[in-house]
Design a protein around this ligand. Structure first.
Ligand SMILES: Nc1ncnc2c1ncn2[C@@H]1O[C@H](COP(=O)(O)OP(=O)(O)OP(=O)(O)O)[C@@H](O)[C@H]1O
Ligand SMILES: [Mg+2]
Length: 267
């Protein structure tokens, strides 16, 4: 894939060569009577790929949203490259190098695939969209967007509108939109959800092909996908930590086996 547009890690935003890319400490989130995330800690080294797995309602998406800055934690802290970002909003975290997949609903469905990546390159907001439209094309943005579409194998869909893409292609586009921001860390929330087996294979190959220098936190219900793509995996259930280890260690853990192979809820 094209990697030239992706920032080095920790990149220009990094504040310490030896600091973890991401450090989550005793993070908790309560929604009324529900403790969605309960005392979760994790650390992601520069260049490491980590998976977070767990059954429905485990708290994975809530954890993701706290790391991305969509949701404020009730307790705990989040550090990126040695800097405490717990109080920073999504836009400031993005400027510090956090790349994350956009939800499908955040794609501009009436716009072309290429234009979506252009908008993402300019900051991703609807304001950026208006600014871009009124300012006209900027060549370096277009070039970067085209490179990114090539890297996620969407060149042939460049001029189609998002509404015409398959779910799998939309996920590829979401990843292109995250990469075009030149992130220092990439957060993916259940990228394979709702995809066919063939689309999952394409997506797995795409994530696999990302530069090894880019730290990735992959939140994923699908255990085989998460374990196949990551160096280390954390399993959570009911908001709490179950085990963190290598994919083999996690696969063989009795509680993980019970969750994924036992009688409990499956997606
Ligand atoms: N905005 C919210 N308001 C109230 N409760 C919430 C909210 N978001 C999540 N929850 C609750 O927090 C718990 C964890 O939900 P979360 O979506 O983080 O789980 P998940 O691991 O991502 O599950 P899934 O595999 O289904 O995506 C659930 O009990 C959920 O109902
Ligand atoms: Mg979820």
């Amino acid at each position: 894939m094209t990697t030239s547009a992706i920032a080095g890690v920790p990149g220009p935003h990094g504040s310490g060569a030896s600091a973890p890319a991401l450090a989550v400490t005793e993070l908790g989130k309560r929604y009324g009577g529900v403790q969605a995330v309960d005392g979760i800690s994790l650390s992601l080294a520069p260049g490491e790929r980590m998976g977070v797995i767990g059954p429905n309602g485990a708290g994975k998406t809530t954890l993701f949203k706290m790391i991305a800055g969509d949701v404020s934690p009730t307790v705990g802290t989040i550090d990126l490259f040695g800097r405490d970002v717990t109080k920073l909003d999504t836009a400031r975290r993005a400027r510090l190098g956090v790349g994350r997949t956009f939800q499908v609903s955040n794609l501009f469905r009436d716009m072309t695939v290429l234009d979506n990546v252009r908008v993402a390159a300019r900051g991703g907001s609807s304001q950026a969209r208006i600014f871009w439209r009124t300012q006209g094309l900027r060549d370096e943005v277009t070039t970067r967007a085209i490179e990114m579409l090539d890297s996620v194998d969407l060149t042939s869909r460049r001029d189609d509108t998002v509404a015409d893409l398959s779910h799998g292609e939309q996920r590829q586009l979401e990843i292109a939109m995250a990469l075009v921001t030149e992130p220092s860390i990439l957060l993916l929330d259940e990228p394979a959800a709702g995809l066919s087996a063939a689309e999952r294979t394409t997506l797995r190959d795409l994530i696999e092909s990302l530069p090894r220098t880019l730290p990735v936190l992959l939140i994923e219900h699908d255990m085989s996908l998460a374990l196949g793509l990551t160096d280390r995996v954390m399993c959570m259930e009911n908001g709490r930590h179950v085990v963190t280890g290598t994919p083999d260690e996690v696969r063989d853990h009795p509680t993980v086996k019970e969750i994924y192979l036992g009688r409990r809820d499956k997606k």
